[in-house]
Design a protein around this ligand. Sequence first.
Ligand code: ADP
Length: 410
Amino acid sequence: MKILVLNSGSSSQKACLYEIGETLPAHPPLPLWEGRIEWGSDTAAISVKNSQGDVQKENLKVRSREEFVRHLLNTLNVGPASAVASLSEIDAVGHRVVHGGPHFEDPVVATPQVRSAIADASTLAPLHIRAELEGMVIVESLLGPVPQIAVFDTGFYRQMPLYAQTYPGPYDWFKSGIRRYGFHGINHEYCAGRAAQLLGKEPKPLKVVSCHLGNGCSVTAIQDGQSIDTTMGFTPLDGLMMGTRSGSVDPGILIFLMRQDKLNCEQIDGLLNQKSGLLGISGVSSDMRDILSAMKEGHERAKLAYEIFVHRLRAAVGGMAAVLGGLEVLVFTAGVGENSPEVRATVCSRFEFLGLKLDSEANQQTSLDRDIAAADSRVRVLVIRAEEDWAIAAECWKLAQASAKVGRTG
Ligand code: ADP
C-alpha cells in the first residue's frame, strides 16, 4: 500500500510517500517521494525529490499555507519529480499530530469526531494543530475519502507514571490538563525499537536513554519499550537548552520580568521561544554548526552557549539513568545528535563512571544507525537517524493490517 505522511512544523511542512508491501520492512525504505516547504518572511522554498533522484525546486512568493500545501501535494503526480500517475494510488494518509491532549494515545483514524477532539486540544499547541487539521481538509479535497490517520507525538508518554506526569503545583492543575505531556515521542519510540533491533535484543528488558537533539531537544528514559520520564513537559519549551528555546528556567524569572520590566505574555513567549537557547546566549546562531565554528575561532559567548548546552544535556542523561536505575543504551538522534561527534564525545566523557567508553574512531564516522561504543563499554552508544515520517507510515500500515484482520474475522 502507498502511504502519504504529512508532518507540519511551525516553520516547515514535510511530506513523504512510502510504499509498504505484505510485510513491514525491518529498516526504513527509501520513500517514493519526499517534499518540503520552508517558510521565510516573504518567500517559501519548495523542494521535492522522488526515488529516481529527480528533483523539483521552487522559490515562490508567500501566499496562504493552504495554497502551498496543495501545490506541494500536486507535485506527487505532476512535474519532474512526480512519483505516482494519479493521487488515487494513495491508500492512506498519516498525519503527525503534535499534541493529543490528555486523551489520545494510540494512532487513530481521523473521523470527524476525532478531529473535533483534536481541535479541543488546540489551545495546547495552536499553530501546529491548526496546520495539522488544515492538512486533513486539504488531503480530503485532493484525494477524496481516503483513510486519514492521526499519530500523536505525545502518545508515547500517556503511560508514564503519574509522578512523572504531574507537576508539583496545585493538585487541580493535573485535572485541568496542566501536566507533563512530552514531545518527540514518535521518534523516541522508534529509536528505542531500532536500538533493540541493532543490538539484536528484545525491547524488554532494556534501559534506554534517548537524546533527540534537533532544533528542539529532549531526552526520554525508556524501560522495556515504555517511556518512564521525559524532559519536555506541558509544552515543548521545557527541559534542555535548544536552538532558540531556553528549556527549563526558574519560573521565578518570569514573575520577576512581569513585575519589574512589565513584560506581557507575548513578550515573554518571544523571549523564551525565539530569543533564548544557543542563539540567545551566543548572539551568533541557533545552529550548532555555527556555534562550533565560532567557538573554534575563540568566540566567548559561543563557547558559553556550547558549555551550557552540554552541561544541561549531561545532567538530563544522568537524571534519566537514575530514574531508570541503570543505563544500557544511550541513543543520539536528530540533527545535532546524528552529526556532531563533539557533542556526543563531550556528553559521554562524564559517564565513564558507569562504564561507558566511546570508540573515538567510530564516533567520527558519518554512517547512521551504528554503535559508537568501545567493545568493552558497559553502555552501548548508538547514533540513530530520526525517522519520524517512516514511523508514522509504519503505524498507518499496522492500523490498516489490524482493521483488515478485523474485517476478515468479524
Ligand atoms: P528539526 O528539529 O527542525 O527537525 P533537525 O533534526 O534537522 O531539526 O536538526 C537541525 C539542527 O541540527 C541544526 O539546527 C543544526 O544545529 C544541527 N546540525 C545539523 N548538521 C550538523 C552538524 N554537522 N554538526 C552539528 N550540528 C548539526
